[in-house]
Design a protein around this ligand. Structure first.
Ligand code: DCP
Ligand code: MG
Length: 350
Protein backbone atom coordinates (compact mmCIF):
# COMPACT_ATOMS: atom_id res chain seq x y z
CA UNK A 1 0.00 0.00 0.00
CA UNK A 2 1.58 3.30 -1.00
CA UNK A 3 1.63 6.37 1.20
CA UNK A 4 -1.54 8.06 0.04
CA UNK A 5 -2.47 11.63 0.54
CA UNK A 6 -6.09 11.99 1.49
CA UNK A 7 -8.93 14.35 1.04
CA UNK A 8 -10.46 15.65 4.17
CA UNK A 9 -14.14 16.40 3.93
CA UNK A 10 -15.04 19.81 5.20
CA UNK A 11 -18.37 21.53 5.11
CA UNK A 12 -18.44 24.58 2.98
CA UNK A 13 -20.96 26.54 0.96
CA UNK A 14 -21.79 25.05 -2.42
CA UNK A 15 -21.60 27.51 -5.26
CA UNK A 16 -24.82 27.28 -7.24
CA UNK A 17 -24.12 30.06 -9.71
CA UNK A 18 -23.79 28.28 -13.07
CA UNK A 19 -21.26 30.84 -14.26
CA UNK A 20 -19.11 30.07 -11.26
CA UNK A 21 -19.30 26.36 -11.85
CA UNK A 22 -18.47 26.86 -15.55
CA UNK A 23 -15.12 28.37 -14.65
CA UNK A 24 -14.28 25.39 -12.46
CA UNK A 25 -12.47 22.48 -14.04
CA UNK A 26 -13.42 18.84 -14.07
CA UNK A 27 -10.50 17.44 -12.14
CA UNK A 28 -12.14 15.11 -9.63
CA UNK A 29 -11.85 11.53 -10.80
CA UNK A 30 -13.80 8.69 -9.22
CA UNK A 31 -12.42 5.25 -10.09
CA UNK A 32 -14.33 2.07 -9.27
CA UNK A 33 -13.38 -1.47 -10.21
CA UNK A 34 -15.97 -3.44 -12.19
CA UNK A 35 -17.49 -6.46 -10.39
CA UNK A 36 -14.34 -6.39 -8.29
CA UNK A 37 -14.40 -9.71 -6.39
CA UNK A 38 -15.59 -11.53 -9.51
CA UNK A 39 -12.89 -9.91 -11.66
CA UNK A 40 -10.18 -11.00 -9.20
CA UNK A 41 -11.51 -14.58 -9.19
CA UNK A 42 -11.57 -14.61 -13.01
CA UNK A 43 -7.84 -13.82 -13.13
CA UNK A 44 -7.29 -17.42 -12.08
CA UNK A 45 -10.26 -18.81 -14.02
CA UNK A 46 -10.32 -17.04 -17.37
CA UNK A 47 -12.55 -19.79 -18.78
CA UNK A 48 -15.41 -18.27 -16.74
CA UNK A 49 -15.27 -14.92 -18.56
CA UNK A 50 -18.59 -13.99 -20.16
CA UNK A 51 -20.51 -16.32 -17.83
CA UNK A 52 -22.86 -15.54 -14.95
CA UNK A 53 -20.55 -15.76 -11.93
CA UNK A 54 -21.43 -15.13 -8.30
CA UNK A 55 -18.88 -14.67 -5.49
CA UNK A 56 -19.82 -15.17 -1.86
CA UNK A 57 -20.42 -18.88 -1.41
CA UNK A 58 -22.29 -21.82 -2.82
CA UNK A 59 -25.88 -21.68 -4.09
CA UNK A 60 -27.25 -23.73 -1.19
CA UNK A 61 -25.49 -21.77 1.56
CA UNK A 62 -27.11 -19.34 3.95
CA UNK A 63 -24.87 -16.36 3.09
CA UNK A 64 -25.33 -13.48 0.68
CA UNK A 65 -23.86 -12.54 -2.69
CA UNK A 66 -20.71 -10.42 -2.37
CA UNK A 67 -20.35 -9.70 -6.06
CA UNK A 68 -22.04 -10.69 -9.30
CA UNK A 69 -20.63 -10.58 -12.82
CA UNK A 70 -22.41 -8.32 -15.28
CA UNK A 71 -23.74 -11.46 -17.00
CA UNK A 72 -25.25 -12.62 -13.67
CA UNK A 73 -26.81 -9.19 -13.12
CA UNK A 74 -28.94 -9.70 -16.23
CA UNK A 75 -30.84 -12.28 -14.19
CA UNK A 76 -31.48 -9.77 -11.41
CA UNK A 77 -28.65 -10.98 -9.17
CA UNK A 78 -26.92 -8.30 -7.08
CA UNK A 79 -24.70 -7.86 -4.02
CA UNK A 80 -26.31 -8.57 -0.63
CA UNK A 81 -28.94 -10.88 -2.15
CA UNK A 82 -29.22 -14.30 -0.47
CA UNK A 83 -27.18 -16.90 -2.36
CA UNK A 84 -30.21 -19.17 -2.54
CA UNK A 85 -32.26 -16.47 -4.27
CA UNK A 86 -29.42 -15.95 -6.74
CA UNK A 87 -29.37 -19.70 -7.41
CA UNK A 88 -33.08 -19.65 -8.15
CA UNK A 89 -32.84 -16.62 -10.45
CA UNK A 90 -30.05 -18.17 -12.50
CA UNK A 91 -29.76 -21.93 -12.09
CA UNK A 92 -26.73 -22.16 -14.40
CA UNK A 93 -24.75 -19.42 -12.58
CA UNK A 94 -21.31 -20.42 -11.28
CA UNK A 95 -20.91 -19.86 -7.54
CA UNK A 96 -17.46 -19.20 -6.07
CA UNK A 97 -16.23 -18.79 -2.50
CA UNK A 98 -14.58 -15.47 -1.69
CA UNK A 99 -10.84 -15.02 -1.06
CA UNK A 100 -10.61 -11.79 0.88
CA UNK A 101 -6.87 -11.54 1.30
CA UNK A 102 -6.56 -11.70 -2.51
CA UNK A 103 -8.97 -8.79 -2.91
CA UNK A 104 -7.02 -6.69 -0.40
CA UNK A 105 -3.78 -7.40 -2.26
CA UNK A 106 -5.23 -6.43 -5.64
CA UNK A 107 -6.74 -3.33 -4.06
CA UNK A 108 -3.27 -2.32 -2.85
CA UNK A 109 -1.88 -2.85 -6.35
CA UNK A 110 -4.56 -0.60 -7.82
CA UNK A 111 -3.85 2.01 -5.13
CA UNK A 112 -0.17 1.95 -6.09
CA UNK A 113 -1.08 2.75 -9.70
CA UNK A 114 -3.47 5.53 -8.64
CA UNK A 115 -0.76 7.15 -6.56
CA UNK A 116 1.34 7.54 -9.71
CA UNK A 117 -1.33 9.78 -11.24
CA UNK A 118 -1.93 12.22 -8.40
CA UNK A 119 -0.55 13.05 -4.97
CA UNK A 120 -4.16 13.40 -3.79
CA UNK A 121 -5.82 10.00 -3.67
CA UNK A 122 -8.49 8.81 -1.29
CA UNK A 123 -9.30 5.11 -1.28
CA UNK A 124 -12.87 5.11 -0.01
CA UNK A 125 -13.43 1.38 -0.15
CA UNK A 126 -11.62 -1.74 -1.26
CA UNK A 127 -12.34 -1.01 -4.93
CA UNK A 128 -12.97 2.71 -5.30
CA UNK A 129 -11.06 5.94 -4.96
CA UNK A 130 -11.24 9.66 -5.58
CA UNK A 131 -8.32 11.49 -7.14
CA UNK A 132 -7.78 15.18 -7.61
CA UNK A 133 -6.03 15.63 -10.94
CA UNK A 134 -5.67 19.41 -10.66
CA UNK A 135 -2.07 20.50 -10.96
CA UNK A 136 -0.99 17.24 -12.58
CA UNK A 137 -1.27 18.55 -16.17
CA UNK A 138 2.43 19.12 -16.72
CA UNK A 139 3.18 15.54 -15.79
CA UNK A 140 0.13 13.73 -17.09
CA UNK A 141 -1.56 16.03 -19.60
CA UNK A 142 -5.18 17.23 -19.51
CA UNK A 143 -7.35 15.44 -16.90
CA UNK A 144 -9.44 13.54 -19.45
CA UNK A 145 -6.37 12.16 -21.22
CA UNK A 146 -4.78 11.30 -17.86
CA UNK A 147 -7.95 9.54 -16.73
CA UNK A 148 -8.06 7.47 -19.89
CA UNK A 149 -4.42 6.48 -19.50
CA UNK A 150 -4.99 5.66 -15.83
CA UNK A 151 -7.79 3.23 -16.66
CA UNK A 152 -5.75 1.61 -19.41
CA UNK A 153 -2.78 1.28 -17.06
CA UNK A 154 -4.88 -0.39 -14.36
CA UNK A 155 -6.34 -2.90 -16.78
CA UNK A 156 -3.06 -3.57 -18.59
CA UNK A 157 -1.13 -3.99 -15.32
CA UNK A 158 -3.65 -5.95 -13.27
CA UNK A 159 -5.98 -7.50 -15.85
CA UNK A 160 -8.89 -6.05 -13.87
CA UNK A 161 -11.60 -3.97 -15.58
CA UNK A 162 -12.57 -0.61 -14.11
CA UNK A 163 -14.58 2.52 -14.80
CA UNK A 164 -14.29 6.18 -13.91
CA UNK A 165 -16.12 9.49 -13.83
CA UNK A 166 -14.45 12.88 -14.26
CA UNK A 167 -16.28 15.95 -12.96
CA UNK A 168 -16.04 19.10 -10.85
CA UNK A 169 -17.39 17.48 -7.68
CA UNK A 170 -17.05 14.15 -5.94
CA UNK A 171 -20.77 13.53 -6.15
CA UNK A 172 -20.99 14.02 -9.91
CA UNK A 173 -17.76 12.05 -10.48
CA UNK A 174 -19.18 9.11 -8.52
CA UNK A 175 -22.51 9.14 -10.34
CA UNK A 176 -20.62 9.42 -13.65
CA UNK A 177 -18.42 6.40 -12.95
CA UNK A 178 -21.53 4.39 -12.11
CA UNK A 179 -23.18 5.46 -15.37
CA UNK A 180 -20.00 4.59 -17.28
CA UNK A 181 -19.88 0.96 -16.09
CA UNK A 182 -18.61 -1.46 -17.17
CA UNK A 183 -15.22 -0.50 -18.67
CA UNK A 184 -16.19 3.12 -19.27
CA UNK A 185 -15.02 6.65 -18.63
CA UNK A 186 -17.55 9.46 -18.42
CA UNK A 187 -16.58 13.11 -18.39
CA UNK A 188 -19.08 15.68 -17.14
CA UNK A 189 -17.76 19.07 -18.27
CA UNK A 190 -17.92 21.96 -15.83
CA UNK A 191 -21.28 23.69 -16.10
CA UNK A 192 -23.21 20.63 -17.28
CA UNK A 193 -23.57 18.88 -13.91
CA UNK A 194 -27.25 19.61 -13.47
CA UNK A 195 -28.08 18.61 -17.04
CA UNK A 196 -26.23 15.33 -16.54
CA UNK A 197 -28.05 14.49 -13.30
CA UNK A 198 -31.51 15.72 -14.34
CA UNK A 199 -32.99 12.58 -15.98
CA UNK A 200 -31.56 10.11 -13.47
CA UNK A 201 -33.75 8.35 -10.90
CA UNK A 202 -33.27 9.80 -7.40
CA UNK A 203 -31.59 6.60 -6.14
CA UNK A 204 -28.56 7.35 -8.34
CA UNK A 205 -27.60 10.15 -5.96
CA UNK A 206 -25.19 8.86 -3.30
CA UNK A 207 -26.89 9.10 0.07
CA UNK A 208 -30.42 8.65 -1.24
CA UNK A 209 -31.57 5.24 -0.09
CA UNK A 210 -34.85 3.42 0.12
CA UNK A 211 -36.30 5.67 2.85
CA UNK A 212 -35.66 8.97 1.07
CA UNK A 213 -36.74 7.46 -2.23
CA UNK A 214 -40.07 6.50 -0.68
CA UNK A 215 -40.54 9.92 0.91
CA UNK A 216 -39.75 11.65 -2.38
CA UNK A 217 -42.12 9.38 -4.27
CA UNK A 218 -44.87 10.39 -1.85
CA UNK A 219 -44.27 13.95 -3.08
CA UNK A 220 -44.49 12.76 -6.70
CA UNK A 221 -40.72 13.03 -7.18
CA UNK A 222 -38.85 10.31 -9.08
CA UNK A 223 -36.02 12.03 -10.93
CA UNK A 224 -33.18 14.32 -9.87
CA UNK A 225 -34.63 17.05 -12.07
CA UNK A 226 -37.83 16.93 -10.04
CA UNK A 227 -35.89 17.38 -6.79
CA UNK A 228 -34.06 20.34 -8.29
CA UNK A 229 -37.42 21.93 -9.13
CA UNK A 230 -38.51 21.99 -5.47
CA UNK A 231 -37.69 25.19 -3.55
CA UNK A 232 -35.01 24.74 -0.87
CA UNK A 233 -37.42 25.86 1.88
CA UNK A 234 -39.93 23.18 0.91
CA UNK A 235 -37.27 20.43 0.97
CA UNK A 236 -36.11 21.67 4.39
CA UNK A 237 -39.70 21.72 5.62
CA UNK A 238 -40.08 18.04 4.73
CA UNK A 239 -36.57 16.69 5.39
CA UNK A 240 -34.96 19.20 7.79
CA UNK A 241 -31.17 19.46 7.33
CA UNK A 242 -31.24 16.55 4.94
CA UNK A 243 -33.43 18.76 2.72
CA UNK A 244 -30.59 21.29 2.45
CA UNK A 245 -28.29 18.49 1.33
CA UNK A 246 -30.86 17.22 -1.18
CA UNK A 247 -31.20 20.72 -2.64
CA UNK A 248 -27.43 20.89 -3.08
CA UNK A 249 -26.98 17.32 -4.31
CA UNK A 250 -29.66 17.68 -7.00
CA UNK A 251 -27.53 20.50 -8.43
CA UNK A 252 -24.38 18.38 -8.47
CA UNK A 253 -22.79 19.78 -5.34
CA UNK A 254 -21.64 17.91 -2.33
CA UNK A 255 -20.87 19.52 0.94
CA UNK A 256 -17.21 18.85 0.63
CA UNK A 257 -14.24 20.85 -0.22
CA UNK A 258 -10.94 19.11 -0.40
CA UNK A 259 -8.05 19.74 1.85
CA UNK A 260 -4.95 17.70 1.33
CA UNK A 261 -4.15 15.71 4.42
CA UNK A 262 -1.07 13.63 3.87
CA UNK A 263 -1.10 11.96 7.30
CA UNK A 264 -3.07 8.74 7.61
CA UNK A 265 -5.97 9.13 10.05
CA UNK A 266 -6.05 5.45 10.77
CA UNK A 267 -4.69 2.15 9.63
CA UNK A 268 -7.10 -0.71 9.44
CA UNK A 269 -7.90 -4.01 7.88
CA UNK A 270 -11.26 -5.72 7.49
CA UNK A 271 -12.86 -8.84 6.19
CA UNK A 272 -16.39 -9.83 5.27
CA UNK A 273 -17.42 -13.32 6.34
CA UNK A 274 -18.81 -15.54 3.61
CA UNK A 275 -21.48 -16.79 5.98
CA UNK A 276 -22.66 -16.19 9.52
CA UNK A 277 -20.65 -17.67 12.33
CA UNK A 278 -21.05 -17.67 16.07
CA UNK A 279 -17.82 -19.55 16.58
CA UNK A 280 -15.69 -17.39 18.88
CA UNK A 281 -12.55 -19.37 18.10
CA UNK A 282 -12.99 -18.86 14.35
CA UNK A 283 -13.60 -15.16 14.89
CA UNK A 284 -10.54 -14.89 17.11
CA UNK A 285 -8.48 -16.43 14.31
CA UNK A 286 -9.82 -13.93 11.79
CA UNK A 287 -9.16 -11.01 14.14
CA UNK A 288 -5.66 -12.23 14.79
CA UNK A 289 -5.07 -12.36 11.03
CA UNK A 290 -6.56 -8.88 10.57
CA UNK A 291 -4.47 -7.38 13.32
CA UNK A 292 -1.30 -8.96 11.94
CA UNK A 293 -2.04 -7.43 8.54
CA UNK A 294 -2.78 -4.02 10.02
CA UNK A 295 0.32 -4.13 12.24
CA UNK A 296 2.46 -5.02 9.23
CA UNK A 297 1.26 -1.85 7.50
CA UNK A 298 1.84 0.12 10.69
CA UNK A 299 5.45 -1.12 10.80
CA UNK A 300 5.95 -0.43 7.09
CA UNK A 301 4.80 3.15 7.65
CA UNK A 302 7.21 3.46 10.60
CA UNK A 303 4.36 4.11 13.04
CA UNK A 304 3.36 2.85 16.46
CA UNK A 305 0.05 3.06 18.30
CA UNK A 306 -1.45 2.84 21.74
CA UNK A 307 -5.10 2.45 20.73
CA UNK A 308 -6.79 -0.49 19.11
CA UNK A 309 -10.40 -0.28 18.02
CA UNK A 310 -12.52 -3.17 16.91
CA UNK A 311 -15.52 -2.41 14.80
CA UNK A 312 -18.14 -4.58 13.34
CA UNK A 313 -20.69 -3.75 10.69
CA UNK A 314 -23.40 -6.19 9.97
CA UNK A 315 -26.87 -6.92 8.87
CA UNK A 316 -28.47 -8.85 11.68
CA UNK A 317 -28.98 -8.41 15.40
CA UNK A 318 -25.59 -8.08 17.01
CA UNK A 319 -24.44 -10.42 19.73
CA UNK A 320 -21.81 -9.11 22.08
CA UNK A 321 -18.53 -10.81 22.85
CA UNK A 322 -15.60 -9.71 24.91
CA UNK A 323 -12.52 -10.11 22.82
CA UNK A 324 -9.86 -11.14 25.34
CA UNK A 325 -6.68 -11.29 23.27
CA UNK A 326 -6.57 -7.48 23.18
CA UNK A 327 -7.12 -7.27 26.92
CA UNK A 328 -9.79 -4.62 26.76
CA UNK A 329 -12.46 -3.48 24.40
CA UNK A 330 -15.50 -5.38 23.42
CA UNK A 331 -16.38 -6.74 20.09
CA UNK A 332 -19.83 -6.46 18.61
CA UNK A 333 -20.38 -9.23 16.17
CA UNK A 334 -23.36 -9.96 14.06
CA UNK A 335 -21.06 -12.53 12.53
CA UNK A 336 -20.92 -10.98 9.06
CA UNK A 337 -18.32 -8.31 8.79
CA UNK A 338 -15.55 -7.84 11.23
CA UNK A 339 -12.86 -5.24 11.05
CA UNK A 340 -10.01 -4.23 13.24
CA UNK A 341 -8.92 -0.64 13.38
CA UNK A 342 -5.42 -0.62 14.68
CA UNK A 343 -4.55 3.01 15.04
CA UNK A 344 -6.36 6.29 15.22
CA UNK A 345 -4.61 9.43 14.11
CA UNK A 346 -4.59 10.83 17.63
CA UNK A 347 -2.77 7.79 18.93
CA UNK A 348 -0.34 7.28 16.07
CA UNK A 349 3.22 8.06 17.03
CA UNK A 350 6.26 8.16 14.79
N1 DCP B 1 -19.15 -6.14 -1.66
C1 DCP B 1 -19.62 -7.01 -0.67
N2 DCP B 1 -20.89 -6.89 -0.21
C2 DCP B 1 -21.71 -5.92 -0.68
C3 DCP B 1 -21.25 -5.01 -1.66
C4 DCP B 1 -19.95 -5.16 -2.13
O1 DCP B 1 -18.88 -7.91 -0.25
N3 DCP B 1 -22.96 -5.81 -0.22
C5 DCP B 1 -17.79 -6.32 -2.18
C6 DCP B 1 -17.82 -7.15 -3.45
C7 DCP B 1 -17.62 -6.17 -4.57
C8 DCP B 1 -16.77 -5.10 -3.89
O2 DCP B 1 -17.20 -5.08 -2.53
O3 DCP B 1 -16.97 -6.76 -5.68
C9 DCP B 1 -16.94 -3.74 -4.51
O4 DCP B 1 -18.27 -3.29 -4.40
P1 DCP B 1 -18.98 -2.49 -5.55
O5 DCP B 1 -20.22 -1.90 -4.99
O6 DCP B 1 -18.00 -1.57 -6.22
O7 DCP B 1 -19.46 -3.61 -6.59
P2 DCP B 1 -18.65 -4.35 -7.71
O8 DCP B 1 -17.26 -3.86 -7.85
O9 DCP B 1 -18.80 -5.81 -7.51
O10 DCP B 1 -19.48 -3.99 -9.01
P3 DCP B 1 -19.52 -2.61 -9.83
O11 DCP B 1 -18.99 -2.94 -11.19
O12 DCP B 1 -20.97 -2.24 -9.87
O13 DCP B 1 -18.69 -1.62 -9.09
MG1 MG C 1 -16.88 -1.77 -7.95
Amino acid sequence: MPDLARFRAKHGPFETDPEQSAVGQSTILHVDMDAFFVSVELLERPELRGKPVVVGGQRNQRGVVSAASYEARKYGIHSAMPLRTAGRLCPHAIFLDGHHSNYAEWSDRVATILAKFSPVVEMVSIDEAYLDLSGTERLHGPPLAAAERLLRTITATTGLPCSAGLATTRLVAKVASDQAKPRGLLWVPAGSEQRFLAPLPVRKIPGIGEVTERALRALGIETVEQIAAVPQERLEQVFGQWGTALYRKSRGGDSYEFVIDAEPKSISHNQTFGEDTGDLEAMTTVLSHLSQKACKRLREAGLATRTLTLTNIGLGDPAEFVFRPFGHGSLLLDQRRSSVLIARRSSIAR
